[in-house]
Structure formats: C-alpha cells, structure tokens
Design a protein around this ligand. Structure first.
Ligand SMILES: [Zn+2]
Length: 304
C-alpha cells in the first residue's frame, strides 16, 4: 500500500535546532509504511524579507542534509511506491514569491510541487482565514497563483480565507488542494473548510489532506482519537469527496495529537481504523495515498 502525507513541518523544526524531539524520522516513516512525505518550508511570523530568505535557505540546507544522509526526493507524487520512503518539498506561505513572478520557477526547479498561498498573516498574495473571510486574492496573488499552476505547482488553500479560495476556484483553471485542513461542520474553527467549500472543491477535482491536530478535529475538552479523524473523512465523503481525500498530518507542527496517532509509525493503526469503520480496500487505498497521486494527474501538465 502507498501511504502519502501532504504536510509536515519537520524542516522548520530542524532549521530551528529542535532535532531531538521530531515527530518525523526516517525510522518512523519506514515503520509506518509511508511512501511520500511532503515536507513544508514554512515562513512563520516574520515579515522581514531578509529573515524569510535566511529561514528558507536554512530549511533547504536541512533538506539537502537529509538527502545527503540517504533520504530520497520525489519530484512528482507518481514516483511513490510501496516500501520506499520519498519526500517532496512544499512551501507554506508564499512570502518568498512577494517580489515578482520570476521568484517562483527557481523553487519549482528545486522540486517544490505544492505551495500554500498564505500562512496566518496577510502577504503580497492574499489574506488568511484567521484575518477575514471576505477579501479575495490581491491582483498580484491571482497572477502568482496562475504562474504556480503554469509551472506544475499545486496551489494549497489551507490557511487561506474563503474569498481567496473562491478566487482560485472561479478565476483559474487548475483545482487547488488543501494540504492540511478539516471540516468546519464538525469543528467550528476558521482553519477548517465549510461544507460549501468542500463540495465545490471536490466538484472541481481538488484534494484535501486531513489535519491530525485535535484542536481542528474536536471541540475543546472533547476526546480526540483515530475515530474522531475518521468522522471528518466520513463527512468529506458525504460531500462528494470519495477519491479526493487523504492525510495531511501536520506532524512537527502541532503541539498535541489524537490518542493513538503520535507520529508516522502510527499510520497502520489509522488504516486499520478505516477498515474497522467499514471502508473497503479500494477506498482505503485511495485515502492512504492513491487519491493524492490521482489529484496530481488531474492538474494541467507542466507548461514550462
Ligand atoms: Zn499550517
């Protein structure tokens, strides 16, 4: 079976020097049977372009150090195969693209295949969900999104507000994905997607990687375990998401985990939980990783 995970903040933790308490290690990826781990280069809070550039250089250096240790880089999810761990680069927060469209292609050449328009701060492209829901993409943001799509970079709407989400859906020609998001109908949090967004995203041929953060899965004070997570998967399937839902753990970026799902070595327990819930082998295979690979095949091919 191919297991894919569309979001982890491991490179940021390494760049910050927190290497002793990582969730994502090669040993755990191998134990969990993960075939494709997407590793985000995360901008964080700083708005100073010099600091952002430096942080990205540190995260790229951290990635190159992993490759030097024998980690494999995937340049496309179609490379994923059972029994082999590969990693693929993404960007979380497009602050690095602020100074012009020419800044995007060099990251594509380094293997970035996914980029979230914003993190939790407004930037040159758009507005995150935690700031407001009704101000769409900026004119430059729309141009940058189209350039990403032209280069074969999947546009990631996790963290983006609703108006920006619909600008991408209505004004561009490639379906976006949400690399690490959950259902707002089950947990009313601005980081989660509304039923309307989920329906429209699935109708457009998009993809959602489910976030494992208990604060996005369950109301405060409520228990959160693998079944809570599967409730969100069920809900997405009810909204037309069959074949378009997978995992976007957010490991190394979340301060707490659902019980029984502490790091990548626990993916088999999650797969088993899906089977126990009544999912057959075909939907289980899809959710585990095939849905992500299928999503990339739906994107317009690289038009460079
Ligand atoms: Zn995030």
């Amino acid at each position: 079976m191919i297991i894919c995970d569309t979001h982890a903040d491991t490179l940021y933790q390494i760049a910050c020097g927190s290497t002793d308490k990582l969730d994502v290690t090669m040993e755990r990826l191998e134990k969990g049977g993960v075939s494709l781990q997407v590793l985000a280069m995360f901008v964080g809070e700083d708005e100073d372009p010099v600091i952002i550039e430096k942080r990205f250089a540190d995260m790229l250096a951290a990635f190159e150090a992993l490759i030097a240790q024998g980690w494999r880089q995937a340049f496309d999810p179609s490379e994923a195969e059972a029994g082999v761990v590969r990693t693929m680069l993404s960007i979380e927060g497009c602050e690095v693209f602020a100074s012009g469209l020419h800044t995007i292609a060099p990251y594509r050449e380094k293997g970035v295949r996914m980029a979230a328009v914003t993190w939790n701060y407004e930037n040159a492209l758009g507005i995150p969900a935690c700031v407001n829901e009704d101000q769409g993409l900026k004119p430059y943001g729309l141009r940058a999104v189209k350039e990403m799509q032209r280069l074969g970079i999947a546009v990631d709407v996790s963290h983006l507000n609703i108006a920006g989400f619909y600008d991408i859906l209505n004004k561009t020609d490639a379906p976006p994905l949400a690399s690490h998001s959950c259902c707002r109908a089950l947990r009313d949090h601005p980081r989660n997607l509304t039923d309307g967004q989920l329906r429209d995203l699935f109708r457009a041929g998009g993809f959602v990687g489910l976030n494992f953060y208990p604060s996005f899965l369950a109301d405060p004070g409520q228990p959160c375990d693998i079944n809570t997570l599967i409730d969100h998967i069920d809900h997405m399937h009810q909204l037309g998401g069959a074949g378009m839902v997978g995992f976007g753990s957010d490991f190394d970026g979340i301060p707490s985990k659902p019980s029984g799902l502490d790091n990548p070595s626990d993916f088999p327990a999650l797969i088993q939980g899906l089977r126990k819930r009544g999912y057959g082998e075909e939907p289980v295979t899809s959710i585990a990783g095939q849905a992500l690979m299928d999503y990339y095949r739906r994107l317009p091919q690289d038009r460079v």
